[in-house]
Design a protein around this ligand. Structure first.
Ligand SMILES: Nc1nc2c(ncn2[C@@H]2O[C@H](COP(=O)(O)OP(=O)(O)OP(=O)(O)O)[C@@H](O)[C@H]2O)c(=O)[nH]1
Length: 809
């Protein structure tokens, strides 16, 4: 019945005490012991050498241990410890065949090995069979006595709460029935137990606390083989389901899960060899720790190299993976389940601790992928939010409503998508990323809001610009009394329109009243500043405008037709009107008048610049000082001042200088026109001719000295008359004019007197009669040239007024 191949007989520890790690691993693999969990039993047999142990095991468990050949004589066949699987016995039962205890070959050392192997067997086995000859029972010097003593001694060192079954197998039983032999044997056992020195804790502990003693007897294999076989077959039955409660291996407290058998055996042997105390409970924890760790590592490595996981990890780097959470969770569960099923029989606390460690390691491995997924979801949600908000706004939705609905929608979407990636085991919260998303969305909303508000503000500013710039420019161009009221009206109307428009648009923004009011006020301010800057621009061109206005009024008549200076026009009046109008323009431009505050700029300018020639104005100027010698207007704040009084004065001076030419030209044109049309002598000459009569006239002609004297006297009187008439005083050039005239005509008079003297000192002799027309012409020319002189002599701005006056007269 021996079936060697199936029993996988293997040497566990060799004769030199070396543990066969590889052999055991192979054995475990062949027997698939690791899969047994706790459902396995270990039986060992010890006893004197050549006491038929191997024979018994081979018959009892259908193993293939080497037996001694009966014909070759007794010698040691089993060296060290061998092990094999009990064929056909359920659950898996491993049997160990120990080296005989009283062999002849090993000498003194055998004792140590016996002790060590006994301790090892006792630590590892559920059932220990003690093989003994029947005739040794009750014998004082029996070979099994030291053996038993050893067993009991080492048992004290196991600190094990488990109960090992000690099965005494009596070989070559005699005719004495077992019922009679057993008490003697038990007595022997008790005696030995009592004689074994025990630690204080176990001083009074009965043997039954540690061992469950069984006794069986077998007939001689050599002499009564048939009986032997029958009894062995019966005994074999007791090993079936030995681990069940009440079975031979019923006490499972000390069992090491099968997957840890190899390591456990190895460690126990190591401790035994080192002659250290063997703390089986601690050993169990240690084995559990090591094994659970091994299992956990194995599962971790398997997970890390799992093809599906590797693909998933790679995919996550480039984009989101649908069903990520479920896929990872399922994978994790697979490997954790594997761990659990393999480690389930190890110490629970150790197993749980190692499982937790494995979970942590696996989660650490997976977390970057999870974070990457979260990142994808966050950025995708943010992008979609941006798109949706833009779309909603372009569809005309109110900003606040659109922002709120989009935020809610996409935060919900984020939460929903997070559910898809949740790895239950990880219990990683997504709050931080959610918060980040929320903050990003809020920041985007704020940015878009600010941009939209700026856009709106710009839009209404542009509208205001369009509505105000042109009209304000046109109004300022037509500067007059109604200019600023019209600008104010325009500004009010357009500002109200823009503010209303902006206010309506802002309703969609759900903003607080203060901010809203600020924006509207800003628009109002903008409108005002727009007008102010326009006015400033126009003020910078005021001189040009004044000149234009002067030119328009001076050189065009009321029908806007170009004037032809015929001599009938009142150049003085025209000049005055044109200048007044230009002064008005200056007054209008001098300050911004957006508020209805009254000012006296116009009257100040008028009195200081136009009426300055009048005696009243001069007196006022003398007593009160120059009202334009200031850099600010009295009633106008500097912020509203566009042209200061000083600038006005300077501008006016420049204006007058630059327009003077036009007046001069006009006067010249009038004179030229008169000259061209009046070839006849002037009327006074004609009248003189008639009044004085021909004779008198001839006398005068014959005596030109008198004529010259009369003529010079006339001119002097005339010049004085003109000066007095204009200024009312003999000032500003009247005297110089007379002197100048005298100087001018003195050489002529002197020449005439000289000529008369040369003609013989006699009373003037009448000259040949001259053409009266020619004479009157020369006189006329003389007047004209004096006028021209007068014009060139005065460089004062007011001199043109004199010329206007002169010309008119
Ligand atoms: N008298 C007797 N001899 C037996 C019995 N069973 C086996 N033998 C013989 O005893 C001898 C030793 O047998 P083994 O089974 O090799 O004994 P063992 O105890 O395994 O020997 P070691 O492993 O060397 O210690 C063999 O010649 C067997 O035939 C038995 O029941 N009675």
């Amino acid at each position: 019945m021996v079936q060697g191949d199936e029993s996988c007989s293997t040497q566990l520890i060799d004769g030199d005490g070396n543990f066969n790690v590889e052999g055991v691993a192979k054995f475990m693999e062949q027997v698939k012991l690791a899969e047994c969990g706790l459902s396995y039993a270990v039986v060992s047999i010890m006893g004197p050498q050549s006491s038929g142990k191997s024979t018994l095991l081979n018959h009892l468990f259908h193993t293939n241990f080497r037996e001694m050949d009966a014909y070759k004589g007794r010698s040691q066949t089993t060296k060290g410890i061998w092990m094999a699987r009990c064929t056909g016995i359920e659950p898996t039962t491993v049997v160990m065949d120990l080296e005989g205890t009283d062999g002849r070959e090993r000498g003194e050392d055998d004792t140590a090995f016996e002790k060590q192997s006994a301790l090892f067997a006792l630590a590892v086995s559920d059932i220990m069979m003690i093989n003994m000859w029947c005739h040794d029972i009750g014998r004082e010097q029996a070979a099994n006595k030291p053996l038993l003593k050893t067993v009991f001694q080492v048992m004290m060192r196991l600190f094990s709460p488990r109960k090992t079954t000690l099965m005494f197998v009596i070989r070559d039983k005699s005719r004495t029935p077992l019922e009679n032999l057993e008490p003697i044997l038990r007595e022997d056992i008790q005696k030995i137990w009592d004689s074994v020195p025990k630690p204080a804790a176990h001083k009074d502990t009965p043997l039954s606390e540690f061992f469950h003693v069984e006794v069986t007897a077998l007939s001689s294999y050599e002499e009564k083989e048939e009986q032997f076989n029958e009894q062995v077959a019966q005994l074999r039955q007791r090993f079936f389901h030995s681990i069940a409660p009440g079975g031979l291996a019923g006490d499972r407290r000390g069992v090491v899960p099968a997957s840890g058998f190899s390591f456990s055996a190895q460690q126990i042997w190591k401790i035994v060899r080192e002659n250290k105390d063997l703390d089986l409970p601690a050993h169990k924890v240690m084995v559990a720790t090591v094994r659970c760790e091994e299992i956990a590592n194995e599962k971790y490595l398997k997970f890390a190299s799992n093809e599906f996981w590797c693909q998933l990890e790679e995919s996550v780097q480039s984009g989101p993976v649908v069903g990520f959470g479920k896929k990872i969770s399922s994978l994790l569960n697979t490997y954790l389940s594997e761990y659990n099923s393999e480690a389930i029989y190890f110490d629970e606390s150790v197993r749980s601790a190692k499982q937790k460690q494995l979970e942590e390691k696996l989660l650490q491995l997976v977390q970057p992928a999870f974070q990457a997924m979260l990142g994808h979801i966050r950025s995708e949600t943010l992008d979609k939010f941006k798109e949706a908000l833009e779309k909603a706004l372009s569809n005309g939705e109110g900003f606040s409503v659109a922002a709120e609905s989009c935020t809610t929608l996409f935060m919900d979407q984020f939460d929903e998508r997070c559910k898809d990636i949740v790895i239950e085991l990880g219990k990683w919260d997504t709050f931080k990323v959610r918060d980040k998303l929320q903050r990003d969305i809020e920041a985007h909303v704020a940015a878009v809001r600010a941009a939209k508000l700026a856009e709106l503000a710009t839009l209404y500013e542009t509208k205001l610009n369009e509505a105000l710039s042109g009209p304000v420019e046109a109004l300022l161009d037509e500067a007059g009394d109604g200019t600023w009221p019209a600008i104010r009206k325009l500004l009010k109307r357009e500002t109200e329109l823009a503010v209303f428009g902006l206010s309506t648009a802002l309703k969609g923004f759900d903003m607080d009243e203060i901010t809203r009011e600020k924006m509207l006020a800003k628009l109002d301010t903008y409108a005002r500043s727009l007008v102010e800057s326009k006015a400033k621009e126009e003020a910078a061109r005021v001189l040009m405008r004044m000149k234009d206005r002067f030119a328009t009024l001076f050189s065009r008549d009321s029908d806007s037709m170009p004037r032809v200076w015929t001599g009938k026009e009142d150049i003085r009046a025209i000049t005055k009107t044109a200048r007044s109008s230009s002064l008005k323009l200056l007054a209008v431009m001098a300050a911004v008048r957006l508020d209805e505050d009254r000012d006296s700029i116009e009257s100040t300018l008028s009195s200081a610049l136009v009426e300055s020639g009048s005696s009243a104005a001069s007196k006022r100027s003398l007593t009160m000082g120059d009202p334009l010698a200031s850099s600010s207007w009295e009633e106008v704040p500097s912020s509203k001042t566009l042209i200061t009084p000083v600038q006005c004065k300077s501008l006016w001076r420049q204006f007058q200088t630059e327009t003077e030419y036009s007046v001069t030209q006009a006067i010249a044109a009038q004179e030229a026109h008169k000259r061209n049309n009046n070839w006849m002598p002037p009327p006074w000459a004609m009248v003189a001719l008639v009044v004085l009569g021909f004779n008198e006239f001839m006398t005068l002609l014959r005596n030109p000295l008198w004529l010259g004297v009369i003529f010079v006297a006339y001119l002097l009187i005339k010049a004085m008359w003109v000066q007095l008439d204009i200024s009312g005083e003999f000032r500003n050039g009247a005297l110089p004019g007379l002197l100048s005239l005298s100087t001018k005509f003195l050489p002529t008079i002197m020449n005439l007197l000289k000529k008369l003297a040369e003609e013989g000192q006699a009373p003037p002799t009448p000259n040949p009669p001259q053409n009266p027309i020619q004479v009157s012409k020369s006189i006329y020319n003389g007047v004209n040239s004096s006028t021209a002189f007068s014009s060139s002599a005065s460089s004062e701005i007011t001199s043109s007024d004199d010329r206007v006056e002169h010309s008119s007269s």
